[in-house]
Design a protein around this ligand. Sequence first.
Ligand code: FE2
Length: 288
Amino acid sequence: MPTMTLPMAQTLRIAKIKEHIGAEVTGIDLTRPVDEATRRELYRALVDNVALVIRDQHFTTQQFLDAAALFGEPMANEMEKKKLAEVPLVSHVDSLKRTKDGKRIYNGATWHCDHTNQPVPPKFTSLYAISLPDSGGGTSIANARAGYAALPDDVKQRIDGMQTVNVIVGSAAKVFDGDRLKWQQDSGREPVVHPLVPTNPDTGAKSIYFHPSKTENIVGLGPEESQELLDELVERTVRPEFTYTHPWRLGDMLIWDNRSAMHRANFDYDPAQHRLLYKIIVKGDRPR
Ligand SMILES: [Fe+2]
């Protein structure tokens, strides 16, 4: 009788990366059908650990979209020029793009939550590596739920009821190199008000939630004063023990919970080398 070697059955394994943030997922190929119990397990691991690193995926662009859709409904990136022509719900994060006058673009270099200028911002952001520099270029994620919980009570009381006014680029934004008002007009969006300390509906936990460059002001404070408070909150909440910097490997799908995390890109690599990631955002609820 001829013998046949069957591929080893996959065993899903979810292991914490750090005590307060991140879990690594192995033993699953998201291009194959995922049953409902497994989908729920992955979703729970994501919201509990704030970020998941799902290893050894080999996606086409459409397969990446299908994998992200396991976590919710993908939504369009508001930056038209970042959308991929073949699958517009997937956008690119491309290190070789330059400004009109040839300068490097430092998108996402400071701690932030994604797309806070939208009335219903994304709950999750996922990235998948296509091309990586030889070293550096990690994505840092901080557990903002733990950061909030660790604040002294008087600071919590001070910020709990605050609201942010969100635009495409705030007038006091420190990191922006372009025509701010034209961007705002082109976006066709009105300023959007969100709580500074919303509650994550999946965990019931409060977290600080903002994008400094997209915050015009905190209601009742001026733009400069608002930026000072946001800087102070970043300083107090983004602690090493709550933070994980993901050193990218090809095959990694990273996904995090914007409602409980802040993140930033690291520009610590050779600018001549290509760092290309594909990005998908997953629809959330209006923050409350
Ligand atoms: Fe971002």
